[in-house]
Design a protein around this ligand. Structure first.
Ligand code: LIP
Length: 262
């Protein structure tokens, strides 16, 4: 691991907390936020998303001016360093706007075709999840690993969905999961649910289509926590998103089988 990666990883853990504090202030004043629909009524944004992303972008530009940036709410910033930051300023926009606690700020760092560092901060529960390639996964600084005991049957598996997901894909997956004795879970923040898989709380995660900023950090966390993930094609994921599948060791194969029957 290079010193440059260690510095960027530490920086990510620092700015995700700062961004989370700014997001929490908007959360506490959410009734004042004007909500705008993007692609569909389920795909919304507010000033909170834009201003939190602008804060993170400004911090990165000040400390790592040659790094690229890809974020949910603004145009990509090309870089020349080989490092690209991928930002979701508020993942779990619907829970955020509904006054529910399940939302987070998610930051990932990509080099080449690999995610090499990630930091996800959930301000309401004050939990900072982070990972660095080859250096493990942590929750509030303490090393954590995926569950080695959870099975698909009798445990909670998260299934994500959005306006980009065909309804029949989700309904078919839910039916098969429940027929297999699994328990369906969803809280509206894919980044947070992937971190919960890494932390050993959820058995697995499947979503037919996610954007890079929703999932890249969480996928690294699951890998570094000893879980299994479906490999992503990085260029395609960064440009158009893709399918996300992750699970604890005893869950991944049966979950992959169940999700591939669509
Ligand atoms: C969310 C994703 C999640 C999906 C939600 C939503 P957002 O992103 O993280 O995977 O299931 O519907 O799209 O829009 O809250 O940043």
């Amino acid at each position: 691991m290079t010193d440059q990666l260690a510095a960027r990883h530490a920086f990510a853990c620092q700015i995700v907390r700062e961004a989370g504090a700014a997001a929490l202030a908007f959360f506490e004043a959410r009734d004042t936020l004007a909500i705008e629909s993007k692609a569909t009524p389920q795909d919304v944004v507010s000033r909170a998303d834009r201003e939190v992303e602008a804060l993170v972008r400004a911090r990165i530009a000040a400390h790592f001016p040659d790094d690229g940036i890809i974020g949910e709410e603004d145009v990509p910033k090309p870089g020349s360093s080989g490092s690209t930051w991928v930002i979701d300023p508020i993942d779990g926009t619907m829970p955020f706007l509904s006054g529910l606690p399940h939302w987070c700020v998610a930051i990932a760092l990509v080099e080449g075709n690999r995610t090499v560092a990630a930091a996800t901060f959930a301000p309401v529960s004050d939990e900072l999840f982070d990972a660095r390639l080859g250096a493990g996964f942590r929750c509030n600084g303490a090393p954590r690993v995926v569950s080695t005991t959870l099975e698909l049957t009798g445990a909670m598996t998260a299934i994500g969905a959005s306006h980009r997901t065909p309804v029949e894909t989700v309904s078919g997956t839910l039916s098969r999961l429940m027929e297999a004795g699994g328990i369906f879970y969803r809280n509206g923040s894919g980044a947070m649910m992937l971190a919960e898989v890494a932390a050993g709380r959820l058995a697995g995660y499947f979503e037919p289509h996610m954007n890079a900023w929703d999932c890249l950090g969480g996928l690294l966390m699951v890998e570094e926590a000893g879980g299994c993930i479906e490999a992503v094609a990085m260029d395609a994921m960064l440009s158009e998103g893709g399918r996300v599948l992750a699970g604890a060791p005893r869950v991944y194969v049966p979950l992959a089988r169940l999700c591939s029957m669509n």
